[in-house]
Design a protein. Structure first.
Length: 317
């Protein structure tokens, strides 16, 4: 059995030596052969130089260097397209996805599962963050057409046929959490405790997390468009009732000067609602626009050599 491990990397120079040492300890007992595919997603530090060194002296460590930062979704897809293992794992370079868990995940694959998903507990997270995350997933699961689980990310082990199913999906706007769930197949879940980064800072800002959440909502359903229809119908009905109330008031009590506050609130409220609904429609149109251009998800500028030199330097310092 051959195991491929895909590791997206973006400015992870400080974490790579520890990652390499950990993988060399964990992987040999799990598979007859293994490969580690490290995808440099346009790093601006010394990540690529370190990947070159790792691949130069150990052919089991391969790297792909993308021409610029395309994002984690593209980096994972690049790794999946280049992996040739019977089993394929995806994990982060910062060791927040503990490689030691791969042993339990391989054992579950041997029992007939096609996906084994690692689910992170929220032990140690701030209460506000935990509550916000749970609320987001509750909303998501009411809107989207697939089941998403709080704490489940990209850390998972896939069979060859599950990966082939993923690669057959040609959409440009990829939301991997949803795609992993959409392909189905028998899935097992393994829980693990929250783990701190080995070094460095998270690359996810509040803005990027918010954009990622919006992508998730829009990628797997058209319910926001249906909601726009309902909101428009509700506003039309409310306007009709209000107009009827004004007419009846005028007939019973005579005409009066229209209220400035009422007019301004109506203009601002309905104007803002129209902009919001136009924005929802625009998001879907933008996705259609990107799909029709058929641009590649990523461009590779450099790959690792096919052979390794005999003596490896010390990379653990």
């Amino acid at each position: 059995m051959r195991l491929s491990v895909i590791v997206p990397c973006y400015n992870e120079e400080s974490c790579l030596p520890t990652l390499r040492a950990t993988l060399l300890h964990v992987l040999p007992p799990l598979a007859d052969e293994f490969e580690v595919i490290l995808v440099d997603d346009g790093s601006t530090d010394g990540t690529l130089d370190l990947l070159r060194t790792m691949a130069r002296y150990d052919s089991r460590f391969r790297y792909l260097s993308l021409s610029r930062n395309f994002g984690k979704e593209a980096a994972m897809l690049a790794g999946l397209e280049h992996a040739d293992g019977d089993l394929i794992a995806i994990l982060d370079a910062d060791l927040q996805h503990p490689p030691e868990l791969l042993g339990d995940m391989v054992a579950l694959i041997d029992k007939g599962y096609d996906q084994v998903v690692a689910r992170r507990t929220r032990t140690g997270d701030a209460r506000v963050r935990t509550a916000a995350s749970r609320a987001y997933y509750r909303i998501m699961n009411r809107l989207v057409d697939v089941e998403l689980t709080d704490g489940v990310g990209d850390f998972r082990l896939l069979s060859r046929r599950a990966v082939d199913a993923l690669l057959s999906l040609e959409e440009r706007n990829r939301f991997s959490k949803g795609l992993f769930s959409w392909i189905g197949f028998d899935t097992a879940v393994v829980d693990y405790e929250n783990v701190a980064r080995a070094d460095g800072d998270s690359k996810w800002s509040l803005r990027s997390l918010l954009n990622y959440g919006i992508d998730g909502i829009l990628s797997f359903n058209h319910r926001p468009l249906r909601l726009a229809v309902y909101v428009g119908a509700l506003c039309t009905a409310a306007a009709f009732v209000y107009a009827l109330w004004l007419v009846l008031g005028a007939l019973l009590n005579g005409t009066s000067a229209p209220g400035y506050v009422t007019i301004m609130c109506g203009i601002i409220g309905f104007g803002g609602m129209q902009l919001l609904l136009v924005g929802v429609v625009g998001e879907y149109l933008g996705r259609i626009y990107h799909e029709t251009k058929h641009r590649p998800h990523f461009l590779v500028k450099e790959t690792s050599p096919t052979t390794a030199e005999p003596e490896a330097p010390c990379l653990d310092d």
